[in-house]
Design a protein around this ligand. Structure first.
Ligand SMILES: [Zn+2]
Length: 256
């Protein structure tokens, strides 16, 4: 397996792996280096650790897990001797250390800020800010080249609010490393935030118009593929139903 690290800045690098162009990040400080996510398999994890250590020139001491999906954490068993940090809801995924809302990590003149803004892509998302490099690792809160993905723990209602928190801490020059695909800029993040928001707000509108979930995919021009919609629309409808937003009862037409 060959791994290619691409510089985002002089001290921040990204490697793109299969499946699905999943990203692994490397942030280098004066004393230590940290990985962000660790690939899909223990073999990938071991190769990531070896090549990252070579590139960093300092020990790779930590890995930060952006969330618990397998393509982001499956390499963990290959990272011998590395401390893993994730959100407290990842405690069952063998993270050595967890945090609830915020935590900082000092790599020697390079500070990482780990933040959880609430449920979004999953119920255990960590966004990693690297203020000294003006880089943000967004995990699967952002995806380049593919649609954002939804699972049972996703909050479509809260996801845009979470991205507002990320965007609010960024500048026009901030580089965003998505969970998959190429590094993007703030404009890209704004657009994807709007698309996720549209999924929820348009679903609410359709429910109020009496459109059933089975008909929702073709009722509106969505910025997502049919495969994504097949999972995301039932999730949006279910979240809205939990809030009491359900189709109005069809009233019998009188006088016929
Ligand atoms: Zn994911």
């Amino acid at each position: 397996m060959t791994l290619t690290w691409t510089p985002v800045t002089a001290r921040v690098h990204v490697a793109s792996l299969e499946p699905h162009r999943v990203n692994v990040g490397l942030v280098i400080g004066a004393d230590a280096a940290a990985l962000i996510d660790c690939g899909n398999t223990p073999d990938q994890g071991a190769e990531i650790l070896r090549s990252a250590g070579e590139l960093a020139g300092v020990p790779v001491t930590h890995v930060i897990l952006t969330h618990g999906h397998h393509d982001h954490v499956g390499g963990l068993a290959g990272l011998t001797g590395v401390v893993s940090i994730g959100h407290e809801n990842l405690a069952g995924v063998a993270t050595s250390e967890t945090f609830s809302m915020a935590r900082a990590l000092d790599l020697g003149g390079q500070r990482l800020e780990l933040l959880n803004f609430g449920d979004a892509h999953t119920d255990a998302d960590t966004v990693v800010f690297v203020p000294g490099e003006n880089v943000v690792f967004a995990g699967d809160l952002l995806e380049e080249g593919a649609d954002p993905q939804v699972d049972a723990t996703t909050s479509l209602a809260n996801w845009p609010t979470v991205l507002d928190g990320v965007l609010g801490a960024s500048t026009a020059e901030t580089r965003f490393v998505p969970g998959h695909g190429a590094v993007v800029d703030r404009d890209f993040a704004f657009v994807q935030r709007a698309e996720v928001a549209m999924l929820y707000s348009s679903s609410e509108m359709l429910i109020q118009q009496g459109v059933r979930v089975e008909e929702a995919a073709t009722a509106v021009e969505w910025p997502f593929t049919p495969d994504t919609l097949a999972v995301a629309l039932p999730k949006a409808y279910a979240e809205l139903a939990d809030k009491g937003v359900v189709p109005k009862r069809q009233l019998p037409i009188s006088g016929i």
